[in-house]
Design a protein around this ligand. Structure first.
Ligand code: CA
Length: 331
């Protein structure tokens, strides 16, 4: 506790210059709005489950489920001590612990630990994100961002862009990474670690980030203040429509799924969008969305009606000049 707090306080003196430098460079494209106070002190981990924000507090070591007004509607004990990074994989919370240097997979209702892994090669243990298939993890002690499978086998790593890497979240196509020494938030290409956008952080020490399908969320570790960004705009892309069709990512998670499935995708231009679910015989089961959508990253949650049986289904995604199909398994 003492070590961590002292290190963070030492970094505060370095941040004012960084803020002035960024402010004069005109890089900021997003603005931040103060939303509410986090329910517990020393808020570290943040994530979004498709409906609610989850935030940790260090003392007591707890995880809170919070509605959009900032009201904590549920809470579970955090495993280990001094919870840090937080992410949601569609069924479970993943909670980092600074005290034990472990990452825990936790039942969001009971708080019971399903499994846990040692954080790799790290002294600290900060941001966590989930991209629909893989976990991403980072920490300020070695300033590395790591891609891991859900059995914690490392797939890839690259240096974080700043020098005090803390928060992580996934926006459907890119990682966002906060840096506590430079008071910056970076949007990063997950293929190579390159920065594609740099923003000013809303507070001096941001420990983790969340993304709700439209906005980034961040919490000031010391101030306990929760911030929400203006809407995140998709990265402009000059590739041809054929290239875009080849690289289009429609993510479904979890898949296979029991009840709730979350779709995420990015529209590079405004379009009419139709998303429908068909069974294996080609019969329409449900229309998930039909209407005009603006440019940007979109996220949609589908709740399976009790009348839809287990089996293999096909999700058809169609815009005015593009269509694709994904297989969805209902358990
Ligand atoms: Ca996170």
């Amino acid at each position: 506790m003492i070590t961590k707090t002292v290190v963070k306080k030492l970094t505060l003196s370095l941040t004012i210059g960084a803020i002035l430098l960024l402010a004069s460079s005109g890089l900021a494209q997003i603005t931040w709005t103060t939303m509410f106070q986090a329910p517990g002190p020393l808020c570290d981990g943040m994530t979004w489950d498709g409906e609610y924000i989850w935030i940790t507090s260090e003392t007591p070591a707890r995880v809170y489920k919070i509605d959009s007004m900032g009201v904590a509607i549920d809470t579970i004990p955090a495993p280990g001590s001094q919870p840090t990074g937080l992410t949601w994989d569609g069924n479970y919370l993943w909670v980092g612990s600074y005290g034990t240097r472990r990452i825990y997979k936790v039942d969001p209702v009971t708080g019971s630990v399903d499994t846990s892994f040692p954080a790799q090669n790290t002294v600290s243990n900060e941001g966590l994100a989930f991209d629909g298939t893989y976990l991403w993890h980072t920490n300020w002690s070695d300033n590395i961002i790591r891609k891991l499978d859900t059995l914690f086998v490392q797939q890839r790593q690259f240096p974080a862009p700043g020098n005090g890497s803390t928060g992580l979240t996934w926006d459907g196509t890119h990682l966002w990474n906060s840096d506590q020494n430079r008071d910056s938030v970076y949007r990063i290409d997950p293929a190579n670690g390159q920065v594609v956008q740099r923003e000013i952080a809303p507070d001096t020490v941001i420990q983790d980030l969340a993304f709700d399908g439209t906005h980034l969320w961040a919490c000031g570790y010391f101030s306990q203040t929760v911030y929400r960004s203006s809407p995140i705009v998709g990265i402009k892309d000059n590739r041809t429509k054929t290239d875009l069709a080849a690289s289009f990512q429609l993510k479904l998670y979890p898949n296979p799924c029991h009840q709730n499935v979350i779709l995420s995708y990015q529209l590079l231009e405004a379009s009419n969008v139709h998303i429908s679910l068909y069974d294996a015989t080609g019969t329409l089961v449900s229309t998930l969305f039909s209407g005009q959508q603006s440019t940007g990253i979109k996220s949609l949650r589908w709740k399976r009606p009790g009348s839809v049986p287990a089996g293999i289904y096909f999700l058809r995604f169609k815009t005015k000049d593009f269509s694709t199909t994904r297989r969805l398994i209902l358990l």
